[in-house]
Design a protein around this ligand. Structure first.
Ligand code: ZN
Length: 291
């Protein structure tokens, strides 16, 4: 069968890897074009990154970055006020802990990625490694793309979160949305997490993609056009927190205080499931569309 002339390219990244080897092994049994992002200080980081690479999956570093809301943080979470040396050290150790990584995406990060100076330090540091930056887009006005200007670091952006809920029907709906966006825009990146319900939906849907949709690695999308969202039309976008690993992902120290310097009113990640926030997410997804 000839490939369709106009195929939508879909990249799927499963992040928060390194804490749940059993579920993560099921992810690694899926097609190798599905990619994974590993938390550098997770207990199984090196093991899972190596396994993923050996089974042909693209590996990203899933780098913890400070959220606006107060919540348990991973060790070495990047904060905007850290100096370049400290950010360099954290990225160097992450590169060391996650072998074979070719890209990096943010874990949480609504406070860090919306801070231009903070992200400029990250991009400077990343430019020393040949790593692309996948913006998880946990906040609407992420400065990542803007901060990358002049550094040579390629930035691509997440379009869909597959599993804001762990309800399989919702995840299937989000998967179909990702397919539609890939078809409409030529490509789309979806991010999911190693939950049993997400794995089940992937197992059901990934082998029966529409013929015009091709599953690709994020690194094959580095030259796709990107929309700069550093100054959105409205300041109403709530931060997002796709991380659901609370049970296994215990904080090693008490949560950091919330920063006084942020300029957004706090709409905590912790309330991301509320009706109000879902309304705003809907609004935001509206302006983010290309057509
Ligand atoms: Zn995460």
């Amino acid at each position: 069968m000839a490939a369709p002339a106009f195929a939508g390219k879909l990249a799927i990244v499963i992040d928060d890897f390194g804490y749940r080897p059993q579920t993560e092994n099921q992810v690694l049994a899926l097609p190798a074009t599905l990619s994974v992002a590993v938390l550098p200080n997770a207990p199984h980081a090196r093991e899972m990154a190596t396994k993923a690479h050996n089974s042909g999956h693209e590996v990203l570093i899933h780098l913890p970055m400070a959220p606006l809301s107060k919540q348990p943080l991973e060790k070495d979470t990047l904060r905007p006020e850290m100096n370049s040396d400290e950010i360099d050290r954290i990225i160097r150790e992450a590169v060391n802990n996650v072998p074979f990584a070719v890209g990096l995406n943010n874990h949480m990060g609504s406070a860090m990625t919306s801070n231009l100076f903070g992200m400029e330090k990250v991009m400077q540091s990343l430019s020393r490694y040949n790593l692309y930056f996948l913006d998880s887009m946990t906040i609407g006005n992420s400065q990542a793309l803007r901060a990358s200007s002049g550094t040579g670091v390629k930035v691509i952006k997440r379009k869909v979160f597959l599993d804001d809920t762990q309800n399989e029907a919702d995840i299937r709906y989000q998967f179909n949305r990702a397919i539609q966006l890939a078809r409409r825009n030529g490509s789309a990146i979806a991010i999911g997490h190693p939950h049993p319900s997400t794995v089940r939906v992937l197992q059901q849907m990934i082998y029966s993609l529409p013929p015009d949709i091709t599953l690709v690695r994020p690194s094959s999308l580095l030259n796709e056009p990107q929309v700069d969202t550093s100054t959105p039309p409205k300041n109403t976008q709530p931060p997002r927190n796709p991380f659901r690993g609370v049970k296994l992902c215990k904080a090693k120290k008490p949560p950091e205080p919330v920063y006084a310097t942020r300029f957004f009113t706090v709409i905590g990640e912790s309330i991301s499931q509320s009706t109000l926030v879902q309304y705003y997410q809907h609004q935001w997804q509206g302006w983010n569309k290309k057509d």
